[in-house]
Design a protein. Sequence first.
Length: 425
Amino acid sequence: MGELLRRLRRKAEALDAVDELARFRARFYIPPDTVYMDGNSLGLLSVNAERSVLRVLDQWRTLAIDGWLDAQPPWFWAGEHLGELACPLLGAEPDEVVLTGSTTANLISLAAAFYRPNQSRYKIVVDELNFPSDLYALAGLAEMLGYEPQRAIVLVRSGDGLIIDEEDIIAAMGPDVALVVVAGALYRSGQLLDMGRLCQAASDRGIPIGFDLSHSIGAVPHFLDDWGADFAFFCTYKYLNGGPGSTAGLYVNRRHRHVWPALRGWWGSDKQRQFDMSLEYRPASSAGRFQIGTNNLLSLAAVAGSLELFAEAGIERVRKKSLQLTDLLMEGIDLMSDLGVAVGTPREHERRGGHVAVLCEHAAGVADRLKAHRVIPDYRPPNIVRLAPVALYNTFADVCTALEHLEDILAAREYERARPMREIT
Ligand SMILES: *Cc1c(COP(=O)(O)O)cnc(C)c1O
């Protein structure tokens, strides 16, 4: 084992030596003496994000109210401006994306516009492995419109609690289905769904489909326009490094420019007329109409700084390195199968997002001990330790360091003396 891991480290050193994204690590604040592998829960602060927040603070100090139009870029357009910066990550056009609100609130707003139930067609297809917030939100919406959630929600089951078969989602798209909402990448196993295929199947049946991209944006390129997705929404504090609770985003395909938001507010107005304060609502023709109220400028500022880094690095290069990192990590986990760990993430590149689910019996204890060794993972009950080596700030050597600590913990059964871990996101 020791020799095998040493060989892996030599491989990692060779990969680090030719890593074309290596220079980006210095732009991030890495906690001291730490291997941070939790960027799929909360991405790290970058120098760019910090600067960009300081810039908005400075604008507030010097411009006060005039910042709305005179700041560069003007605060008034910040949601749209950032939507434009996020386009390359989504495969979308600028008028289809806006940064605003929170992930779950955006889902509710989009679903309220696209879910048009009637007595014969009122079901919503979701998968049981998606983030539960989505399920709560959609069940609440169905209930609000007078449909019993138990009857309205069609839960697509997973055979093993890790993987959802796209065939099962498609099979659930019956004639009584009015909406499909699924994740791009599953938050536990890291499975990446075949979004193109799901869009095609939904479109063939005339059912609107939306994607929760929280666990794929910033790790995986998307082609929402080419796929023909109807809508999507995402958070920005995971792989996008926008900071704790940072403003989320949404996408609406431009063929739906006539779909009005059901949850309306003045921030979704046609910007030229917003300050007319007319009693008549005139929505923007862009996805900006799905904004409800004034955006949080300080939070958007952090996302702006972070998106600069993606523009520089390019999502294709980020994806390439991310796959190399997770390949190496999986190779190391395979070497430790005798110690009771296994890979719970699909092997095929096109079927996985940016993290690796490590299955192990004593996952809570292992995660706690990894933290004690200054390797930051996260724990998903009952038996998953998630490790996310992030292309912009982790090295291949980081992956080896994490593996070496994991091996020590397993070999010495250190998990037996772990503190019970708080089960948080
Ligand atoms: C993180 C995450 C969310 C978060 O929702 P919030 O409204 O930001 O709390 C939603 N969906 C998925 C799939 C996530 O991974």
